[in-house]
Design a protein around this ligand. Sequence first.
Ligand code: ADP
Ligand code: MG
Length: 148
Amino acid sequence: MLRKFNILNEQETSTFISQLVELCDEGTQVLCFHGDLGAGKTTYIKQLCSNLGVTGGMSSPSFAIVNEYWSEKNGTIYHFDLYRLNDPQELLGIGWEDYLNSQAILLVEWPEKGANFIPDDAIHIFINHSNDPDSRLVIITDQPKHYV
Ligand code: ADP
Ligand code: MG
């Protein structure tokens, strides 16, 4: 599966975000967001959560590795930022396997830091800057090895 999106600005994301909503509704559990600092990982996760009907506050996980949200439709959603992980093994210490065994949706920034702990059936979103500072080229795929 490979889908490409040319996103002109932060507001023109509805086609892309609705694809992610569809994947979540179809049962995708782990969605990995790849991209440099400032690419838009947190921005798109917030838009996705809003489209999933997350109620209550959404804090930025800049200081916490994981934040928890609630959606009436999709249940519990965990938002991970693995940027500060020094070793993928640290994931075991925060209960990664319990998160995976839960029914919750897991949205992951900096999935590279989790290395082999990211399950094979995860969906990967690659965000790249484009010519214009407000535009992005985004790929959704289940075949991440073609892009890393
Ligand atoms: P990351 O989590 O990848 O480090 P953020 O989502 O925190 O990135 O930051 C992305 C920044 O880029 C935000 O300030 C956002 O307003 C800005 N931005 C501008 N255009 C876009 C776009 N088309 N898509 C996503 N973010 C954009
Ligand atoms: Mg971020």
